[in-house]
Design a protein around this ligand. Sequence first.
Ligand code: ADP
Ligand code: MG
Length: 618
Amino acid sequence: MAKKYEGCAVGIDLGTTYSCVAVWLDEHNRAEIIHNEQGNRTTPSFVAFTDDQRLIGDAAKNQVATNAENTVFDAKRLIGRKYSDSVVQKDRMLWPFKVISGVNDKPMIVVKYKGQEKLLCAEEISSMILTKMREIAEKFLESPIKNVVVTVPAYFCDAQRKATVDAGAIAGLNVIRIINEPTAAALAYGLDKRSNCVGEKNIFVFDLGGGTFDVSILTIKDKVFQVKATGGNTHLGGEDIDNRMVNYFVDEFKRKNKVDITGNPRALRRLRTACERAKRVLSFSVVTTVEVDSLFQGIDFFSSITRAKFEEINMDIFNECMEIVKSCLTDANMDKSTVNDVVLVGGSSRIPKVQQLLQEYFNGKDLCMSINPDEAVAYGAAVQAALLSEGFQNVPNLVLRDVTPLSLGLSATGDIMNVVIPRNTCIPVKITQSRETVADNQPDVLIEVYEGERTRASDNNLLGSFTLSGIPPSPRGYSFNVCFAIDENGILTVSATDKSTGNMNEITITNYKERLPADEIKKLIEEAKNYGIEDKKFLRKAKVMNALDYCVYKVKNALKQPEPNSKLSSVDIDMINSAITVASNLLDSSQQVEIGVLKSHLKELESMLERIITDKKE
Ligand code: ADP
Ligand code: MG
């Protein structure tokens, strides 16, 4: 049984477009999805920087129309990747924010915060979202949270998993386990526990989210989850569906008003927000309205759309999803009739047409959808978190085991990939191999660690390399050990030991090139804390500003209705009026004003208000 962690732990689905946090509730015997301060059960994975504050989640997404270059999203598409990666190069073209190459080819996001240029890596943005999710959970649980289980896509490689753990560390969190998203969803449904199926069970996970479509085939046997095949399209999801609606209404606007809004990014973004809302409504009603005040050149937009029309304009997207489902089964060499369960994941799987097509394809099979699809992954992560923590008693007793998604090995003479841990090996795992020197009197050996399925080592992904040195002079064939160990999070450590000398000449790869070194993480943790302090400072100041604004309003009102026998002299009134002017000026230029100055003016105005009121009473 895995080690138990102290206290309570939560599960976080750190999504590309939306994130979700859940916690196991002993008393209810289920996991609870925790809603944020806006009452939403998922929170946009957005972070925005402005002249005076940092915003995360709904607040960040809501202001994207006016601050596009400094509103960062899609950090999950960057995490653990290099700038020169073709995926990054393609995505970069689509983002309104700037990404440049940093040290070691690390992609860095450029934003303007408080008037200054800032460079941030994907781990930092993800850490900010994790911090937000943690705050949401802490508010609900009324206690601090340290331990979390975070989910990642099944196809995430080692570097991407490690970078996700780093993001947690920057947020001051202890990531007690990284689990695969489809595995988490299957866990949410307790599919591993069903006893009516002897032997192996096949699960098809259909995850249509905001910007990505992932399908996975899992098998469960003796509580071990194996990812048999994955497929999908990394640029297909709810946002494409929103775009279809946007185009539909742009045409309508053109027809009705003879103006084209396509050249106006702000109008387009406002329309897109309205379309996303309408799309959600169409998942439970058959018709809805779309309204945007003063959309373009002062013209209000008001229209409606039926579910039938919505399905018509998106039909090719839905069909494409079904084609991907088919090809994933073909790749896995499986017939659809051998699938025991079909699990719906991702917000866009709420669309009735998507559910209908999928159910028809699986010959009318009931789909697992009793848990909201966009919450299933966080739900499963919460179950896993509870299993690993001491703080829960009433958790279904099961042991979940994952497998490595890709083979891991060393390059051997002639650029051959020498696999040490084959893909789909259950983790945790530790394998030691004996290796030999290839030349006489070879003083050191270069150990190169690769990940991938190609026969030529260099065609695979080089994870890192290190040198085992200090080998005593000896003919070729001198043997030493290389050990590959993967922990429960799927994180790899490679070490080499010179066993003959008995010396602990051991090197462990813990920090790959693209990983953040420990001191860098430390620095980022400090910076993250500073961001938090600045956010709080901003909030405190905003509260004082609100109070001052309200006080000005009250004083003005009180002056408007002077009592006939008021003791206020005209000198008093002039003084009050000038205090109002000062306060209004302070509010207008509040960015440059210290909170203390605002506070003292608030106090002054409050006492004036009191005087006006008591004078009136007398
Ligand atoms: P991610 O892809 O980041 O993991 P989600 O699984 O939460 O995120 O999916 C987000 C997408 O789901 C968004 O495009 C959102 O508009 C869409 N969505 C959420 N609720 C609904 C709904 N009721 N009907 C249709 N689409 C929805
Ligand atoms: Mg998701």
